[in-house]
Design a protein around this ligand. Sequence first.
Ligand code: KIV
Length: 272
Amino acid sequence: MSAIKKEYKRITTKSVVEMKANGEKIAMLTAYDYTMAKIVDHAGIDIILVGDSASNVMAGHETTLPITLDEMIYHASSVIRAIERCLVVVDLPFGAYQGNSRKALASAIRIMKESGGHSVKLEGGEEIAESISRILSAGIPVMGHLGLTPQSIYKFGTYTVRAKEEDEAKQLKKDALLLEKLGCFALVLEKVPSKLAKEVAESLTIPVIGIGAGDGVDGQVLVTHDMLGMTHEFSPRFLRRYLDLYTEMGGAFKKYIKDVKTKDFPNKEEQY
Ligand code: KIV
């Protein structure tokens, strides 16, 4: 049986809900720039996430907290110029929505207007319900994000697995149901026990896309730079590396440096 149940010319928020109903897994990756987004989209990805992980991956910050709304809009508009088929979800960065639903709507509107993104993602459950409702009321699709929510890293203290204890697991299940009820079209579950993630996915009609949430969910997301092996310092158990680009690229750069130093580059055919 084919893993692809239906061919889509363009992926919309409706398509991903349909994929879940049809039992087709959803593949999502991050991209923050034009060139990477073009490659990822042409490979047939369902969703590109312009994640606030750009704060770590692109800007070298220790956490996702410093990235600004303007910077997210810059990354998202570069991605939008590249894609032809996939759905693009853009993270609302830290400080752009917490505690003020009017501000949340204004931030989401800026993302949609200035980048051309197709939807936004927010971290949190009942504490941001008002912001989610207000954004949805403007016709902007929202993806939720529960479990390990990196914008709250200073509350958690560590990046370890969330919701291992009964109380937190109960709250997470409650939040997931609430997000579906509010009208979110999908939900990211990050770093939670696979049994809990499976239970959540089975209790919802909207797709649950996991990162470190096991095989019982409706789709998977990874940070592209991690799965390509460009980042060496980050090695969680859930990460499958498809390439070792850190080594491959380093080798190419070393060869180029040698060619320049030894005057091998450019040769006669490589000049005018
Ligand atoms: O910003 C990001 O890359 C994310 C994923 C880890 C889900 O939110």
